[in-house]
Design a protein around this ligand. Structure first.
Ligand code: PMP
Length: 523
């Protein structure tokens, strides 16, 4: 017919247009290790050094030969992939292996139960959902206890006990209203508290996904605000103000009223109300601009959360799986989690899988009966995850050493560039193979081309386009810090690749320093 859609782009075509305006809409046709290939007009393969690394999903590189061989074997053997609601030994082994590695790194011995999912955001949502189930069960137990105390108070008064005068006053009622008036006022106040939605805590700059719940944990307003009516809200804590967390917790402090009968007197006491569902944080913020959380902030999170009995969710979706030089980046800053989330590289660059790990002490087995996904824990991705863990753990953790050593090498190259171009490079930072280079905002440049893209917030994308087209290096800004380019190559990064990065970045810095916009923008 005449209304056919053949040849029309329908899968998010606008995004492609945006990428193409920065010159980064290249279609890749093959991939291995740190290299993506495209075909030029003559059909020749052109290699591109890929520092995006699947946004962190490729710690072993593109198409790791052992992972690919294993995937082939699994498929050739007719492995059951979707056999839901049957025993799942492979998912159990992944969970056991994750526990072994976590226990080794943290020195803890308490088991973590595993709830598998399919994407990073989904693992975050599973963790948060579990935390809310737990909070709800704790609230129900609290409500039951309060009801028992209320009944005892009523009985005690009937048997002649007195009610402390201050109780009426603090409940906003009068002695003439008697115990029934007091109970009514207390219950009205408590019901108001119980009906409040939970609150989350997260650092400023946080990124935890873009689904309905997880996007409310993501600090970037452009991602979060249009959807804030859909889910519970987060208070964002500045990471550089030591007292900010305690202050926020004080501001939001909520109490529930309890009628306690003791020595023939009924008194009104206040008990803390568990308003906070979870504190969620990345040990190294990825999309927020590759920012390593400090040990002091981590200690403060731990201290305050323990005080208010709020679980700590450590999101290792981008920083975990060895990228930082340890399996868990949080282990390097002494941060301990009630929940860990892992995704991205867990699938070895081939499968899609993710997991929320929940510390036994907080674990509610009821969750297993109310949460599930068709694809979670499937036979294929579980066995690929297991293979990935084996490869990371091989030779006494050689992969972690490689991430650390190669990361240090690349970072020292970036530091030299910053030293040579202080007016161009604002900062270089990160840990292991999770590095960032932040450019100064160029709104004050004499180059009209550079000024225009800087003012539009596109500088990072234009630099990325230039690096791709002039140097065959693929790099992107982080999601929420647009002047920071992320570098998350695989552990196969070699000296020649590091040298290419050095030369390319120096060339870009020279252009920006010389305010030579024509060479940057119209490359
Ligand atoms: N948490 C963190 C720390 C992430 O970096 C990301 C992805 N950038 C997510 C969650 C969301 O993962 P996904 O894109 O797989 O939903």
């Amino acid at each position: 017919g005449t209304t056919g859609t053949t040849g029309i782009k329908l899968a998010e075509p606008h995004l492609e247009d945006v990428l193409s305006s920065a010159g980064i809409n290249v279609e890749y046709t093959r991939a291995e290790r740190n290299t993506l290939y495209y075909r030029d007009q003559d059909g020749q393969e052109v290699p591109v050094l890929d520092l995006v690394g699947g946004f962190g999903s490729l710690i072993l590189g593109h198409n790791d030969p052992e992972i690919v061989a294993h995937a082939r074997e699994l498929l050739a053997a007719g492995t059951p992939i979707h056999a839901q609601f049957s025993p799942h030994p492979h998912a159990n082994r992944v969970a056991a292996e994750l526990n072994r590695v976590i226990h080794r790194e943290t020195g803890d011995t308490e088991p973590y139960f595993a709830v598998f999912a399919n994407s990073g955001a989904e693992a975050v949502e599973a963790a948060v959902k579990h935390a809310e189930l737990d909070r709800g069960l704790r609230l129900a137990a609290l409500a039951e206890e309060l009801a028992a105390h209320r009944d005892s108070a009523r009985e005690a008064v009937a048997a002649g006990a007195r009610v402390e005068a201050a109780a009426f006053e603090s409940a906003g009622t009068a002695p003439e209203d008697g115990i029934e008036g007091l109970i009514e006022a207390v219950e009205r106040s408590n019901d108001r508290q119980l009906a409040r939605p939970p609150l989350f805590l997260a650092p400023e700059g946080a990124f935890h996904g873009k689904l309905m719940g997880s996007v409310q944990l993501t600090h970037n307003e452009a991602f979060r605000l249009p959807f804030s009516a859909l889910a519970a809200q987060t208070r964002f804590i500045p990471v550089d103000q030591p007292d900010a967390l305690a202050k926020t917790v004080r501001e939001e402090r909520a109490v529930i009223l309890d009628l306690v009968t003791e020595d023939g007197t009924v008194r009104l006491t206040e008990r803390p109300f568990p308003l906070f569902c979870a504190f969620v944080l990345e040990p190294i913020q990825g999309e927020g601009g590759i920012k390593v959380i400090g040990e002091e902030f981590a200690r403060e999170v731990q201290r305050v959360c323990q005080e208010i009995d709020c679980p700590v969710v450590v999101d290792e979706i981008q920083s975990g799986m060895g990228r930082s030089g340890a399996f868990l980046a949080s282990s390097l800053i002494g941060l301990r989690a009630d929940y860990y989330t892992l995704a991205k590289s867990l699938g070895g660059g081939v499968a899609k899988t993710s997991v929320a790990l929940i510390r036994q002490d907080r674990y509610r087995k009821e969750f297993e009966l109310v949460h599930s996904s068709t694809f979670a824990k499937d036979g294929f991705s579980s066995q690929i995850a297991l293979k990935t863990l084996q490869l990371l753990e091989a030779d006494d953790g050689r992969a972690y050493r490689l991430a650390r050593e190669k990361g240090e090498k690349l970072l020292s190259v970036l530091e030299l560039i910053r030293a040579d171009f202080p007016e161009v490079v604002k900062d270089v930072r990160g840990r292991g193979l999770m590095l960032g280079i932040e450019f100064h905002d160029q709104a004050g440049t004499a180059s009209p081309e550079i000024r225009a893209v800087a003012e539009a917030g596109f500088l990072g994308y234009v630099i990325s386009g230039h690096l791709l087209n002039e140097h065959r290096i693929r790099v992107f800004p982080t999601g929420s810090s647009v002047n920071t380019l992320r570098m998350e190559p695989s552990i196969h990064l070699d000296d020649e690749e590091i040298e290419r990065i050095r030369r390319a970045l120096r060339a870009v810095c020279e252009i920006i320093r010389d305010q030579d916009g024509g060479r940057l923008v119209h490359a």
